[in-house]
Design a protein. Structure first.
Length: 268
């Protein structure tokens, strides 16, 4: 039996991971979430599939994460095979602003960057460190981070995608953190990877690109990189592609940032 832990598992890509993985009864799946109040679909799925374990914790609190890791450890006998870091957020309402728009808005700039650093980098480091001993005892010894194409320099340069600055900075920063962990832990057989999920048809994405005018702006930018992109892919397609790469992850690929296609340029 392979044990998997997925953060941010109440909806979207995180819930997609849980749905996909729990379909195999040989997988033991830990859905790590902040609150049961918004976890309706997850709770329904966990009622149907007994290999799903819901763990409620606070990702920004090392003490609560310690308790969450202990809960997982009790269920697995002290190990965890794969940790998937999916939880995160695009930050405050200023995310639609390009860098120059923050001139004279220093407090807003600090909030834009700070909230994203806390939610998308520091919390993830807390999670990794809290579960690291379990990963050390696992068989697969893998840690995967769900990143974003917006954290890639070439994607940004070619498309002209100047928005979600704090989110992009945090995703890019977490990519290097994953590489650092991979470099540090390679001698223990632990492997890391950052993956862009693609442009995915989640509720969060719909909230941004559901507006026809915004969708046209996005497509005009994305067409600079890929003239054939017509819209987002479904969650299951993204999750299936990412899981294939996670399962195939070797020491040779550890620490890389790849698209869901397994390369460094096919973002859609």
């Amino acid at each position: 039996m392979v044990s998997w832990a997925v953060t941010g598992a109440t909806r979207g890509i995180g819930l997609g991971f849980v749905q996909n993985l729990s379909a195999d009864s040989q997988n033991q799946v830990f859905a790590i979430i902040r609150s049961l109040a918004t976890a309706g679909p997850l709770k329904e799925l966990a009622t149907e599939r007994k290999n799903i374990h819901i763990v409620v914790t606070e990702l920004s609190d090392p003490e609560k994460l310690k308790l969450a890791a202990a809960e997982v450890s009790k269920a697995t006998g002290g190990s965890l095979d794969v940790l998937i870091l999916n939880a995160g957020s695009a930050g405050p309402e200023t995310s639609a602003l390009p860098p120059s728009a923050f001139h004279g808005k220093e407090e807003a700039l600090e909030k834009e960057i700070g909230e994203n650093i806390n939610n998308n980098i520091i919390s993830n480091i807390y999670v990794i460190n809290s579960f690291l001993d379990l990963i050390r005892n696992g068989t697969e010894k893998k840690i995967a981070f769900v990143s974003s194409q917006s954290g890639d320099l070439e994607f940004t340069r070619i498309t002209g995608f100047s928005f979600v600055m704090g989110y992009s900075i945090a995703k890019a920063g977490m990519n290097i953190v994953m590489t650092k962990f991979g470099a540090e832990l390679a001698h223990e057989g632990i492997k890391t990877i950052s993956l862009s999920p693609g442009w995915v048809n989640t509720d969060a994405a719909k909230a941004v690109t559901g507006d026809p005018a915004v969708r046209k702006i996005m497509l005009d930018l994305f067409h600079k990189l890929d003239p054939d992109v017509s819209g987002p892919i479904e969650v299951d397609e993204s999750v299936s592609s990412q899981l294939k790469l996670i399962k195939e992850l070797t020491a040779e690929n550890s620490g890389k940032f790849l698209t869901h296609h397994g390369d460094t340029s096919t973002w859609f």
